[in-house]
Design a protein around this ligand. Structure first.
Ligand code: MG
Length: 399
């Protein structure tokens, strides 16, 4: 059964620019997806982790919102409002713990670094099992020989590594105890601890260990990112999938239609709950088709008032993000628009550019065609307009 009082405190307040990319490393993209997004998804894929309390830098609000934008609602509703961290890791954790003050003292807190996105379900299960008995941390044996050096870099001895372990996160603690430890450390002016178990050691409290996961690496340098990219692409046998989408909207009163995210002046508008962009709706359905993840109406129900008048670029961005979440690659997006009017030609380049921009692909991967239906049928009578889309992607082979 799920323990209702298990919360992950996700430490994401660091500046971490060492890895390059001009962004704090937790917001850098890894195979098309932010590191922190991957970490959040990995954590919340485990139903033992009930909620996540993020601790972020005050400059990163916007980046953090972006990191959440692509996650499904059943995941984001388990993410608490982020709190702002302090100047050191220790102060950031302390800030996160203060935000959890109202929770039951027996709440189990998993403190995890946002820069460790390869958090496995097995490791989380081990953490939760060990954490039920008190403070515990994941450890790994030291496999390399360890040497002692003097100030000149001369070897002075070999360290017995049998009793040595390297340490990872998530580290797990009873909330009341780790909060008290951080309060005491703060009162003593100590904010130099590099992990949370160190505070327990400082207070003479026992900390258990459990088996860490060698794959649960912390991304720090550019080389770490390159290795991680390789790891995500290697071994993933990609297979091609093709799906189609179709959408229609009736003309109604108005002075423009939105097609491929571009506002096109017209003597009529369309009747729609959202902006009625038939091209993007057809494209979304084709993407949900290759994913086998339902259709646009399931993800964005017309009955939900929050999508009233919604700009459909959000729907497409979401569909593309779902594809990237499955480590899929877009090979081609093809759209045909069927209407007598308005004329598509003058807007074709802008539409192609806009679709490419929303889907984050090169414009050459977007095909855009328009046709009339020779005055036949509902499109011929200018009662409405239609769009067809075909999407070609490669997805990891799931058997
Ligand atoms: Mg539609």
């Amino acid at each position: 059964m799920t323990d209702p009082n298990t919360i992950m405190l996700l430490v994401a307040g660091g500046r971490g620019l060492r890895a390059g990319g001009g962004l704090p490393k937790q917001y850098r993209k890894l195979a098309g997806r932010m590191v922190i997004t991957r970490t959040l998804e990995a954590a919340l894929a485990h139903d033992g982790v009930v909620q996540v309390q993020p601790v972020i830098h005050s400059d990163d609000e916007e980046l953090f919102d972006k990191a959440l934008a692509c996650l499904p609602k059943d995941v984001t509703r388990r993410i608490l409002r982020p709190v702002h961290g302090g100047a050191s890791r220790s102060r950031s954790v302390h800030a996160g713990l203060r935000a959890l003050e109202g929770h039951a003292p027996e709440t189990v807190v998993l403190i995890h670094d946002a820069a460790r996105p390869f958090l496995s379900a097995a490791l989380l299960s081990r953490a939760l099992e060990a954490g039920a008995k008190g403070a515990a941390i994941p450890v790994l044996p030291v496999t390399d020989t360890v040497k002692q050096l003097d100030a000149h870099g001369i070897i002075t001895g070999t360290v017995d590594r049998s009793g040595l372990r390297t340490v990872q996160t998530p580290q797990v603690f009873p909330l009341a105890q780790i909060a008290e430890a951080h309060n005491l450390a703060s009162a003593a002016g100590r904010d130099d601890f590099t992990d949370d178990a160190s505070l327990f050691e400082w207070l003479g409290k026992p900390v258990r260990s459990f088996a860490g996961d060698p794959g649960n690496v912390k991304l720090t340098t550019e080389a770490d990112f390159q290795m991680a990219e390789l790891r995500l692409s290697a071994g993933a046998r990609l297979t091609t999938r093709v799906a189609t989408g179709y959408d229609v909207h009736a003309f109604g009163p108005g002075d423009h239609v939105t097609l491929c995210g571009v506002k096109v002046p017209h003597t009529m508008g369309v009747l729609a709950h959202s902006d009625g962009d038939v091209a993007l709706h057809a494209l979304c359905d084709a993407i949900f088709g290759v994913l086998g993840e339902g259709d646009i109406g399931q993800h964005f129900p017309p009955s939900d008032p929050q999508w009233r008048g919604a700009s459909s670029d959000r729907f497409l961005a979401f569909a593309c993000e779902r594809l990237r979440a499955r480590n899929g690659v877009i090979d081609h997006l093809d759209i045909s628009i069927v209407c007598e009017k308005p004329k598509i030609g003058p807007h074709r380049d802008a539409m192609q550019q806009r679709v490419a921009q929303i889907a984050q692909v090169a414009p050459a991967r977007v095909g855009l065609k328009a046709t009339t239906s020779e005055k036949l049928g509902f499109t011929g009578r200018s009662e409405g307009l239609a769009a067809l889309a075909t999407v070609t992607v490669r997805l990891p082979d799931e058997g």
